[in-house]
Design a binder for this molecule. Structure first.
Ligand SMILES: O=C(O)CCC(=O)C(=O)O
Ligand SMILES: [Fe+2]
Length: 314
């Protein structure tokens, strides 16, 4: 190892204060930086002051309490959409357990979930989760507005934003026993529009660069991994390509992570004309995001090496 070159992901600083200064020159410059990072790596590290240390600790504690519930309770979290409900006890990835909260930036969505898990109520869970999702959704919207502005497609982003829904995925990886493989989650790209990941103090997330190297992402309470999903690739005519990532577990501590995922509902995702020309012909037909999620979970979709292309490639 020793001299092996370890590339780093770009780190870009964000502040809640910035979300309204969308015309300042520093905002525009940052937008160019963000877009370049997404084009080059499919993701970047955002440092963000929106989640205080206190809120960080509170949501990870809430997550721990959630996973401590009996399996019979956790499986009550079902969904019509693949991988949006409870996922666990999968032989290929025995360390992994995930629970999804749909409409996670709304009081209704979060309270519905809380009631399902704690029928007699657990106000602190709803309160902290909602605080977290709202402030991280602001980061998502800042990033996407910057990308849209730098491509000159802001008005198209406005209509996408109006149809954006947020799924909060709470994830636990138990520490591997001697007989376990240490694979936490298999290499994959996200089927989302965008994903924002956050991990507790236990590392494990690895991201593959275009050169095929795996980069470890160091956990920090103020760092978020902003990552493009397949739907973003279709929207940007392939300019932004999602990165493959996986989780590898080591040591004897359990790992908790949070993913705030965006999906586009009730609107077909169409590549803006501004991104299509003779040198950049249209790559993807208009995409129904939820139908794509079902396709991806079908036998045909699972067999496909590149499901986005087999589903809606031109
Ligand atoms: O746990 C992590 O850090 C990554 C989770 C992930 O990649 C996913 O849920 O799609
Ligand atoms: Fe992922």
């Amino acid at each position: 190892m020793g001299s092996v070159h370890q590339p780093n992901l770009p780190v870009i600083e964000f502040s809640v204060k910035e979300s309204n200064s969308t015309t300042s020159s520093s905002w525009v410059t940052k937008g160019v930086e963000v877009t370049r990072a997404l084009e080059e790596y499919g993701c970047f590290i955002a440092t963000y002051d929106g989640v205080s240390q206190e809120l960080h600790d509170a949501v990870f504690l809430a997550s721990q309490q959630l996973f401590d519930l009996p399996t019979e309770v956790k499986v009550l979290n079902t969904s019509d959409t693949p991988a949006h409900g409870y996922v666990g006890q999968i032989p290929l990835i025995p360390l992994y357990e995930g629970l999804g909260i749909e409409n996670a930036t709304t009081t209704l969505g979060v309270e519905r979930f809380t009631k399902l898990m704690w029928p007699s109520g657990k106000h602190s869970f709803s309160e902290n989760v909602l605080k977290y999702t709202k402030v991280v959704a602001e980061l998502d919207q800042m990033v996407m507005r910057m990308v849209a502005k730098s491509y000159g497609i802001e008005k198209h982003y406005d209509s996408l934003l109006a149809s954006t829904t947020y799924l909060l995925k709470l994830i636990k990886y138990r520490s591997p026993e001697v007989s376990d493989r240490n694979l936490g989650i298999v290499p994959h790209t996200d089927k989302t529009f965008m994903s924002i990941l956050h991990q507790n103090e236990v590392k494990g997330l690895e991201i593959k660069t275009k050169d095929g190297e795996w980069i470890e992402v160091c956990p920090s309470p103020t760092s978020f991994i902003v990552m493009a999903g397949d739907a973003c690739m279709a929207w940007t005519n392939g300019k932004i390509e999602p990165s493959s990532h996986r989780v590898m577990m080591q040591g004897d501590a359990d790992r908790y992570s949070l993913g705030l995922f965006t999906f586009i509902r009730d609107l077909k995702i169409e590549t803006p004309q501004e991104l299509v020309d003779e040198d950049h012909p249209l790559q993807y037909k208009a995409l129904d995001h939820y139908k794509y999620l079902h396709y991806h979970a079908s036998d045909e979709g699972m067999r496909s090496k590149f499901p986005l292309k087999s589903y809606c490639g031109v």
